[in-house]
Design a protein around this ligand. Structure first.
Ligand code: ZN
Length: 312
């Protein structure tokens, strides 16, 4: 599913059709949204071609000064089947079942609708949000954020569940993402640049490659993973919570100082093989995290988790 916007002309009568991109609406059914008998909107098409969205990126008025509200129309096989008034939208993408994900023009609000046009998800981000995508079956949705968050956020929109946040491993921001069906479900592929971008091929072909493949499944919350890491004897490191570290002086290798690990052991740093002041250093080292520490640390957020900028 490669998302490219089209323009679409919505008309009340087939007599009014004068170009290929059109769909019919019933003016009696949607009088407020279509005060005139035509309206020109932006559009995206589902992977199988049956559903299209039509949406307004800003409020407008007719020549007679009648306001035309913003919202998203769902079109099935060239006929408007629902109209949902909502915020000005920058992008609204339909799945093959008629579910729709959209991103507000303000780049902070991420919304999703079921095939009847009912709102099933509304999320607001501090970082600029978008690109967005929806799985072809309409079950999963994903949105990426710019800095400081710079991550992908996944949702199960059928279950109305947040699946978690995955930090973007690249130093840039995600410019495009799409679901790919795999044997046991879906993964989201993220890209540094749109894979069909003509800009990329000349400058750096590698930029069109996938940056990250994220399974559409609950994602543990790595933001909570701070503190220190300590290698006691040889092969594994144990996690020390940040609060525990704050309670002791910076010089840990003093006789009598003890620390509680996340797995419940009490250790003396004096006898530790190695001390990593930052968990990230421990994670990047050759040592594995102790499995009991790990199972105690992993948490699966039920609400959106977002990295905030440092306040001055
Ligand atoms: Zn441990």
């Amino acid at each position: 599913m490669r998302h490219h916007p089209d323009h679409i002309e919505l008309v009340s009568d087939e007599e009014l059709v004068y170009e290929d991109n059109w769909a019919l609406f019933d003016q009696e059914e949607y009088p407020d949204f279509f005060p005139e008998d035509t309206r020109s909107l932006r559009s995206y098409t589902s992977e199988d071609g049956h559903y299209r969205t039509a949406f307004a990126t800003r409020e407008s008025t007719t020549i007679d000064g009648v306001p035309e509200p913003t919202g998203i129309c769902l079109i099935k096989d060239e006929k408007v089947v629902s109209v949902t008034e909502t915020i000005p939208v920058d992008k609204a993408i339909p799945a093959n079942d008629g579910s729709v994900v959209a991103i507000g023009r303000d780049a902070t609000k991420f919304i999703a609708f079921d095939p009847t046009g009912k709102l099933v998800l509304e999320e607001e981000f501090e970082s600029n949000a978008g690109p967005i995508t929806i799985s072809p079956d309409g079950r999963f949705a994903a949105v990426t954020t710019a800095f400081p968050d710079n991550a992908a956020h996944l949702y199960d929109i059928n279950q109305r569940e947040y699946l978690g946040r995955k930090e973007n491993p690249s130093t840039t921001v995600v410019k495009f993402l799409e679901f790919e069906q795999v044997t046991d479900g879906y993964v989201v592929n993220t890209y540094d640049i749109h894979p069909e971008s003509s800009l990329a091929s000349d400058v750096d072909p590698g930029r069109t490659e996938i940056i990250d493949r994220i399974p559409a499944a609950p994602i543990s919350n790595s933001l909570e993973f701070d503190g220190a890491g300590i290698v006691v004897e040889g092969e594994t490191w144990h996690h020390i919570k940040k609060e525990t570290m704050e309670d002791v002086s910076s010089d840990l290798r003093i006789p009598g100082v003890t620390l509680d690990t996340s797995c419940g052991r009490v250790i003396e740093p004096l006898h530790a093989d190695l001390i990593f002041q930052e968990v990230q250093q421990a994670r990047q080292s050759q040592y594995e995290i102790c499995s009991d520490c790990k199972s105690g640390l992993l948490s699966y957020p039920t609400e959106k988790v977002e990295k905030q900028g440092h306040k001055p």
